[in-house]
Ligand binder design. Structure first.
Ligand code: GLU
Length: 340
């Protein structure tokens, strides 16, 4: 059978798609070149394995809810997800227990404190929110399973559904986290004292260290963001990663608490739900439209990727991405994708 017509149709479709994303690729290449020159900040060293990161790694990925991908830089470079894992595990806790029970164990108030602060809410003894370490440990405690291996498996399956591929744990990072995680251990025991976590605290800490050690790349972060932007359904696999009713829970805490003690200024200046991690990753979500992944391990003193913050700030300003942007008259990101 002669299928040459089909092949040429396919080729013209691919050419069309390539030209459609070309203008946005040019924009991202421009941002990549501009911010590669920024050498401020430092790679995290408090976990020895993180200190091995190359300060020059830098990637930007954008994935739309209809599955278009535009990315530049080292977007395939793997790194441990660290705190970017936290909103996603919060989603699991919500699915396992429902909103009201989860709220009895972890609050949703921004702290203004550093991510590893040991302070709990004095009135309720709850950690302030699921995106600081204490709250993330309380959240990990809520991940169910008949035993520890099943809890880990469920965690990995959840991340895999978001990323649209099978993800794994970096054992060396995990061991490094575990060997140095005394402060996290102290928080977990303090919360055990107040009944905020159950009496399997060592196991829950192991789970927390494992969740921080999941290996992802910048492309994965953008796909995970696009899955949230798409109401919880992965745009490529079409698999549901999170119940639709909980998407807004994740996005609202990401907007108010996602960027460590820069969260307030981030909401003010950038206005996009996002979460950063100490390995230099940021996932950002433009609901209904895009997921954005950024990776650059040079961190500012609060723990956010220096280049990542600047790229998001510029994207937000240039394309009117702020959640409360009114009357934006410039070119939108969709315009750029659609341009021929
Ligand atoms: N594993 C890290 C810790 O608990 C997470 C840090 C982060 O990315 O904020 O110290």
């Amino acid at each position: 059978m002669d299928n040459s017509a089909n092949i040429s149709d396919l080729q013209s479709l691919i050419t069309k798609m390539k030209s459609a994303v070309a203008p946005l690729r040019d924009i991202l290449n421009g941002l990549h070149a501009k911010y590669s020159a920024v050498q401020e900040g430092a790679v995290a060293t408090y976990i020895p394995e993180l200190a091995k990161a190359d300060p020059n790694w830098f990637a930007i990925s954008i994935v739309s809810v209809d599955g278009q991908v535009v990315e530049v830089g080292n977007h395939q470079q793997l790194f441990s997800i660290q705190s970017v894992s936290k909103p996603f595990v919060f989603g699991m806790a919500l699915e396992d227990h429902g909103r009201e029970h989860v709220l009895t164990k972890v609050s949703v108030e921004p702290t203004g404190e550093a991510f590893n602060s040991i302070v709990l809410d004095e009135r309720s003894n709850r950690p302030f929110n699921p995106l600081v370490n204490s709250g993330a440990i309380a959240t990990a405690d809520l991940v169910e399973g008949r035993d520890f291996p099943q809890r880990v498996t469920r965690l990995l399956e959840m991340f895999s559904r978001f990323a649209g591929r099978s993800v794994h744990i970096d054992n060396t990072v995990f061991l490094s986290e575990r060997a140095t995680g005394h402060r996290n251990r102290a928080m977990a025991h303090l919360m055990l004292n107040f009944g905020m976590v159950r009496d399997r605290v060592e196991e829950t800490l192991e789970l927390y260290f494992q969740q921080c050690s999941v290996l992802v790349n910048c492309h994965d972060l953008a796909v995970m963001g696009a899955t949230l932007a798409n109401g919880g359904v992965n745009p490529f696999t079409k698999e549901r990663a999170l119940k639709a009713e909980y998407v807004k829970d994740l996005l609202s805490i990401m907007l108010s608490c996602g960027m460590y003690d820069y969260a307030g200024e981030w909401a003010y200046r950038v206005g996009i739900p996002a979460k950063s991690g100490v390995s230099g990753g940021i996932v950002a979500v433009v609901p209904g439209k895009f997921g954005i992944g950024i990776f650059s391990p040079l961190l500012d003193p609060r723990g956010n990727s220096v280049r990542g913050v600047r790229v998001c700030q510029e994207l937000s300003q240039r394309f009117g991405l702020h959640a409360f942007e009114a009357g934006f008259t410039g070119r939108t990101l969709q315009d750029e994708l659609a341009r021929k």
